[in-house]
Design a protein around this ligand. Structure first.
Ligand code: KG4
Length: 340
């Protein structure tokens, strides 16, 4: 009998549903929320309201595109956390109601494990390359910057993580300071392609071990900008490409320095990239350069699996289904948590 998993993701500002059948992705529907653009960041209350509006049509569309009926589902996998509590509650409550009404098990998925296991999603037409265990994963998003040692689908260890801001958060905040739109990541990425990465220098952290820090860089960027604006009120307009390229280069250097250190320390050359910031072209190029220079076997996700999506939740749910790792109806959502 086939195993058909419905995945549901609602941890931040994307409502998504996906269907995986016997390990193969059949559909992945994502409804993004444009409502936050006007505010320069995600407004939690607006996010949960939009999730409430989107969840039913998104699930309906995911099932329709997959060509499966709800009666064919084996289990419902859902993001239990971490994320915005109001947003999570919409997906968690829907998953509970749906699973209960169908009499099928529920599988709770940690959003961060989902980002990492996105590398195992198989879809028709996809290049079927998957990392071998153990591998290192650089997980960089708007809320996290971590180096994770992935020993198995269900055995992961955080080797290092940010002690303050995440890389994506730093990019978004610097972009906001420059008066660019939201989210800043894709805008900075586009501008950076036309700028000189060596035009400006910003401070880099000196944190021991494999941890990261990005708050100092953010402050350095802000103070430098303020100084330059004193002499030239149009400084940003005149230099936005170089500013974006230099900021991106600094962040990529910080990320890669620690990743290189981890790879050396653990003697691992199987290296993956995950999370929203993994869409960044500068970071992708740095991965390719490291592969050529150090003989790394690298895994860079498809763009559609970089930002929040339910395909990665359904994939993780599929693995947990094999081990019969189900969760009880009373399992609450969690906003903050370590990787599990
Ligand atoms: O993983 P994600 O979708 O959401 C979280 O779970 O945080 O990551 C969102 C982050 C945002 O900070 C966004 O600006 C960043 O990913 N991002 C990028 C790019 N695309 C998205 N950062 C740099 N370059 C990009 N092309």
């Amino acid at each position: 009998m086939s195993t058909v998993i419905l995945g549901i993701e609602s941890s931040c500002d994307d409502t998504s549903a996906a269907v995986i059948k016997d390990g193969y992705l059949l559909s992945n529907v994502v409804a993004s929320q444009a409502v936050h653009e006007a505010y320069g960041g995600v407004v939690p209350e607006l996010a949960s309201r939009a999730h409430q509006q989107n969840i039913v049509p998104v699930v309906h569309e995911a099932l329709r595109r997959a060509g499966v009926t709800k009666e064919e589902l084996s289990a419902v996998a859902f993001t239990r956390g971490p994320g915005l509590m109001g947003s999570l509650l919409v997906g968690v409550s829907f998953a509970k109601g749906f699973a209960r009404s169908l009499g099928i098990p529920m599988i709770d998925v940690n959003h961060l494990s989902g980002h990492i296991l996105a590398h195992f999603i198989k879809a028709e037409g996809d290049e079927n390359r998957q990392p071998h265990f153990p591998f290192l994963c650089l997980l960089v998003s708007g809320g996290n910057s971590q180096i994770v040692l992935v020993k198995a689908y269900n055995d992961m260890e955080i080797l290092g993580q940010t002690i303050d801001d995440a890389a994506g958060e730093a990019i978004d905040k610097c972009s906001k300071v420059m008066g660019l739109g939201y989210p800043g990541g894709p805008i900075i990425d586009k501008l950076a392609r036309q700028g000189n990465p060596k035009a400006f220098t910003f401070s880099k952290p000196h944190i021991p071990g494999l941890d990261y820090s990005f708050s100092g860089l953010k402050t350095s960027f802000l103070y430098s900008l303020r100084n330059w604006l004193k002499d030239d009120a149009d400084f940003i307009e005149h230099h936005k490409e170089d500013l974006a390229a230099s900021l991106e280069a600094t962040i990529v250097d910080i990320l890669m320095d620690k990743l290189r250190k981890a790879a050396k320390q653990y003697g691992i050359k199987e290296i993956a990239l995950s999370g929203g910031v993994s869409a960044n072209n500068g970071l992708r190029n740095a991965f390719r350069e490291h592969a050529a220079r150090f003989g790394w076997n690298i895994f860079i996700p498809k763009f559609s699996y970089t930002t929040d999506n339910a395909a990665m939740i359904a994939m993780t749910g599929y693995f947990k289904y094999q081990d019969k790792e189900f969760c009880p109806m009373e399992a609450p959502a969690y906003s903050r948590v370590v990787l599990q």
